[in-house]
Structures are given as C-alpha cells and as structure tokens.
Design a binder for this molecule. Structure first.
Ligand code: PLP
Length: 422
C-alpha cells in the first residue's frame, strides 16, 4: 500500500466484537487473563496480548503499527510525548559511563535533555562542531552507543546527510537514531537511508491539529545488536529489570523496541493515553494530504518573504539558494516540510513588531498544526541557552520561525503583508 492508504487502514480491520470502523478508544487500564497460565505466559512475554495500559493498549497499538508501517520499520512504541520517546529510546541503549554523539542543531527540549539531564545520570552527550558526517565520525569511540540527529532540524531547518551519517555510525558498530518529526514519513523515510531507530513527536504534523501530545519510537529492525554483546549488554545479557529475559534471544530483530517497552516505559510510565492515541490516529489519516498543502504553502511564503524589501534573510531548504537545497532534493524531493525562518532588516525590534501584528498566524511555541503558527525562538524555546549556545543551535536573536499551515495561501500572504506594513 502507498502512504495515503497505509495512513487510513494499516493495523486495524474493524472491531472484532462490534464491527466498528473507526478505531475504538480502549479507555481501559487492565485486561483480563483467561487463567493463571495465560497471565504467566503474558508476563513471560511468551504470547502477545494486553496486560496493563502502562505497557500496551489496543488503541495505542494501532498508532504504533501504522507509524511503523509508514516509516518502513518492524515495530513501534507509543508514549506520552515526543520528549519521552527520545528519552526512552536513548535509555534503552545506554547506562552511566556511555556516550552518545549528536548534531548541535536540535529541538530546544532535546538540547536541554542532552546538555544537562543525561549527563547528570552519567551519560555523556558529545555535540559535534557542525552537522557534517565528518564531525560526527570524529567523536565516536568505543563507549558510543548511538548517533543522534534530526532529519530536518527544528527550528533551524537544516537538513543532515542521513546516508553519510548511517555510514559513519555503522562503520563503528553504532546505530543511527533520527528524529523525523518535522519531515514526517510522508516527506522522508530515514530508514530507507540507513537509520536504525526513528523517533517522533506525533504532537506535531502527525496529530496535526494541536490537540494531543504524543511520541512514537520506530524500530527499523536492522541493527545487529547480537553482533555487539559487550557494547549493548542491556540487549544481550539477562535483564535484571525483567526477570532475566535476554532481548536479542527472545525478540531477535525487535530486541531494542521490546526493551524500550518493558524497561523504561514499564518502570517509569510515560504511557500514551488511549484518548490521545485516538486523536493522533484521526490526524494521521489525513497526514499525506496535509503535507502536500503545507509544503505548497511553505514554498510560496518563502518566495514571498525572499522578494520582500524589508526582509534581510529567509532560511528554507526548499529555496534553490539554501546551502542544504541539494540535501532537500535528495532526501525529501525538494519539499523540506513547512517550517521556515527569517529575519527583518530592522533586526530584533522590527521582528517583535511584526510578530505582534500577526492576525492569522498564532503566536505560540508549537509546529505542525493545520493552523499557521509563529514563534520567536530566542525568547522562548531556546531561551535557556546563552548567546553562544543559541548561535551553535542556529538561533539568531531576530529570527522568527513560521510553521506554515493549510489555510488558503491568499489569506496567509495577506496576513504577512499587513504585519510587515506594521
Ligand atoms: C516538539 C518536538 C519534540 C518534543 O515533542 P513533545 O511531543 O512536545 O514532547 C522533539 N523533537 C522535535 C523535533 C520537536 O519538534
């Protein structure tokens, strides 16, 4: 099936007892065992089935399967937010004394997790000097457990060379983990270019309506964990946190996602509410259509701003003069989502006046809503960084980030026009 069809049908036929066609909301905590043996088999992970919604839920399961299918992975794990997905995916592979290597240009919350929280638990995060594969390769050593990047950086809009990243990571026996939130699997499928793990904030384009938080981890099922027993003891030796299971033996290619579910999620509980899974599935059904309109509108906004005399610079990899335009063509057919940033010639002051005059664009910190959104990263998402850190993350003081929605383009351009006059 093609993406638009997968997004509507994969992972659910119709409810076996009621014949309901919309995915039911299993607003339910625990699931009954047939008998003691059935309960034991479920807990041993010997038979598939539901136990308790902190670990799995039938509504969440459809979201997991559907997003995994769109990304070309073998399994997914839905959690309460994109941030939890990132943390759990990393926790499933690391312990104190390990390090991970990351690009410097990241979503603000991810940066804070990497720069402060993970190191406080003994996991070192090595930020590369830039987002080249060479800079990543230099930092990998025997304690490196994964390479991390965003396929399209939020908010900088930079695009990384996924294939080269996968090559340098795999050459050292390390998996590549990619945050594909901004691109979505409609525009880019990192697994096709060698990614081993894909993480998502489905809060953004996948849900698409700004009404539910959620995160999903997708396992490509490709990384040979069993070839590196010493590097990945959590997957290759008996798991004390789950009565001695050896994940690579029990789950083969799905070892990583099985551990993410049964160790970090089961024991710390950032489970996705079934109601949110339902809302996110509703959004996912129209993702392919929306991304078409989002990207059509984004290029028109970029061209409009670029041609405007008050605008100093526009950064959108869909424009031919952007340094990452070639990468945008290679990895996302020239449609690098609908997040773009720009600065006014009047600098910070003019930017603030423009921002305050917007009427259709909502002033808030979110992206990927069907509605157009605007944000000023230096005073919000990236304000916990100092000026040098902001510069390294690709955030300029006057920068305004737009998430271009699916409204009629005439109305979007008119709103920008009147705000520029202001
Ligand atoms: C929003 C976002 C996150 C965090 O997701 P939440 O669902 O808000 O926790 C992670 N990565 C990227 C690229 C994001 O845009």
């Amino acid at each position: 099936m093609k993406d638009a069809t997968i997004a509507l049908h994969h992972g659910f036929k119709s409810d076996p007892t009621t014949k309901a066609v919309a995915v039911p909301i299993y607003q339910n905590v625990a699931f009954e065992f047939d008998n003691a043996q059935h309960g034991a088999d479920l807990f041993n992970l010997d038979v598939p089935g539901n136990i308790y919604t902190r670990i799995m839920n039938p509504t969440n399961d459809v979201l997991e399967q559907r997003l995994a299918a769109l990304e070309g992975g073998i399994a997914g794990l839905a959690v309460s937010a994109g941030s939890a997905a990132i943390h759990y995916a990393i926790q499933a592979l690391t312990r104190a004394g390990d390090n991970i290597v990351s690009t410097p240009q990241l979503y603000g919350g991810t940066y804070t997790l990497f720069a402060h929280l993970l190191p406080s638990f003994g996991v070192e995060v090595r930020f590369a000097r830039d987002d080249s594969a060479e800079a990543i390769a230099e930092l990998i050593d025997e304690n490196t457990k994964l390479v991390y990047c965003e396929s399209i950086g939020n908010p900088a809009g930079n695009i990384v060379d996924l294939q080269r990243f996968a090559e340098v990571a795999h050459a050292r026996g390390v998996p590549l983990m990619v945050d594909n939130t901004v691109a979505t699997p409609i525009l880019c499928k990192p697994i096709q270019f060698g990614a081993d793990i894909v993480v998502h904030s489905v809060t953004k384009y996948v849900g698409g309506h700004g009404n539910a938080l959620g995160g999903v981890i997708v396992d490509a099922g490709t990384f040979p964990w069993a070839d590196y027993p010493e590097k990945f003891p959590g997957l290759n030796t008996p798991e004390a946190a789950y009565h001695g299971v050896v994940y690579t033996e029990k789950f083969g290619p799905a070892a990583f996602i099985a551990r993410a579910r049964t160790v970090p999620l089961r024991n710390t509980g950032a489970a996705l509410a079934p109601m949110n899974a339902f809302l996110l599935l509703q959004g996912l059904e129209t993702l392919a259509l929306r991304m078409e309109r989002h990207t059509d509108n984004a290029i028109k906004v970029a061209q409009f701003l670029k041609a405007h005399e008050q605008v100093a610079w526009v950064s959108y990899a869909g424009l031919p003069d952007h340094p990452h335009h070639e990468l945008a063509l290679k990895y996302m057919k020239g449609k690098p989502s609908a997040i773009l940033s720009f600065g006014l010639k009047g600098g910070y002051e003019a930017g603030v006046r423009f921002y305050d005059a917007l009427q259709i664009f909502k002033r808030l910190v979110n992206i990927g809503d069907a509605k157009s959104l605007a944000c000023h990263p230096a005073s919000t998402t990236h304000r916990q960084m100092n000026a040098a850190e902001q510069a390294k993350a690709g955030v300029k003081p006057e920068m305004i980030r737009l998430s271009v929605g699916i409204e009629a383009i005439e109305d979007i351009l008119e709103d920008l026009q009147q705000a520029l006059r202001a």
